[in-house]
Design a binder for this molecule. Structure first.
Ligand code: UDP
Length: 311
């Protein structure tokens, strides 16, 4: 049985990863609950092969037992969160990544980092391929996230080179699904919460900006396949189906059968205009591509929000 350490295991993506990996492995979840929630893995706490370590990855971490794989996910990830805790975000991706890379060295473990489409900033190339360098403002409102993820990628490739580590960089495009927090500020939880409560649905700007949304249960196997592969990345992981934010608002109002109206609010500064992954690399390296259609994934997410928060 492998021992797998997941930082950010109490978060939205991390807790789904714990669920998938616990089936055949021992899982050590590291989290300080700054944005994650214990209830995301409450159902795992009494399992013998699950362990929770409450720890801030910004501090060096000591683990006595062997570790075979490290997934480093710990970081605030929604624009609202990281605008409120920018320093914590910068440090989780810089000091945090260094601490986990040192642990990977010490344990001779494989290491996977969840980077982001935000490394491409407001992209001038469309769709975005891994070879694109991005268009990022180093001091802009998103820079605490974008630049710390970019710094982490550089740290990883340099550790890999110098210490011959087995590292992998995944660049995740917008992921959605059950266990997102209703108030995390991201577009899908916002729109679903508003539609279910018959409140106005807030489209920022004209809603012509695009995103490409990947359902959580499509993303999890991609991360596991990347870890198992020989591929170091960076590798784009996401769903290439692009949609405007206005279309998304209409779709969510329709799927929730809501009477909500759409209202327009100012577009946040430096909000990327479009985003769509080129996933040729993931497709060719291990035949992965998302399977869940947006409508289907949204229905499951709406059910979750309805039963958990708006019953
Ligand atoms: N957005 C919106 N209304 C909201 C929340 C977000 O129109 O209530 C827009 C936001 O301006 C952005 C897109 O939806 O263009 C996606 O935002 P999100 O915060 O989910 O993630 P991002 O991809 O920008 O990091």
């Amino acid at each position: 049985m492998k021992t797998i350490l997941i930082t950010g295991g109490a978060g939205f993506i991390g807790s789904h990863l714990c669920d998938a990996l616990i089936k055949e492995n021992r899982v050590i979840c590291v989290d300080n609950f700054i944005t994650g929630k214990k209830e995301n893995f409450a159902h795992l706490l009494d399992k013998k092969n699950f362990e929770l370590v409450v720890h801030n990855v910004v501090q060096p971490i000591e683990i006595k037992e062997k570790i075979d794989e490290i997934y480093h996910l710990a970081s605030p990830a929604s624009p609202l969160d990281y605008s409120q805790i920018p320093i914590e975000t910068l440090l989780a991706n810089s000091y945090g990544t260094k601490n986990l890379l040192d642990l990977a060295r010490q344990k001779k473990a494989r290491f996977l980092f969840t980077s982001t489409s935000e490394v491409y900033g407001d992209p001038l190339v469309h769709p975005q391929k891994e070879s694109y360098w991005g268009n990022v403002d180093p001091i802009g409102p998103r820079s605490c996230y974008d630049e710390s993820k970019r710094f982490a990628e550089s740290l990883i490739v340099n550790y890999k080179e110098k210490y011959n580590l087995n590292t992998k960089i995944a660049r995740l495009f917008n992921v959605y699904g059950p266990r997102m927090r209703p108030k995390d500020g991201r577009v899908i939880p916002n729109f679903i919460g508003q539609a279910l409560q018959k409140k106005d649905v807030t489209v920022y700007g004209k809603g012509t900006q695009t995103r490409s949304f990947c359902y959580i249960l499509d993303m999890i196997p991609a991360l596991i396949k990347l870890m198992a592969s020989l591929e170091p990345g960076p590798m784009n992981l996401g769903d290439p189906t692009e949609i405007t934010i206005l279309e998304l608002a209409r779709k969510i109002i329709e799927l929730t059968k809501s009477e909500s109206k759409i209202i327009y609010k100012p577009l946040p500064k430096e909000d990327p205009k479009r985003r769509k992954p080129d996933i040729t690399l993931a497709k060719t390296k291990f035949g992965w591509q998302p399977k869940v259609y947006l409508d289907e994934g949204l229905k499951k997410t709406i059910e979750y929000f309805k039963s958990k928060y708006f019953a």
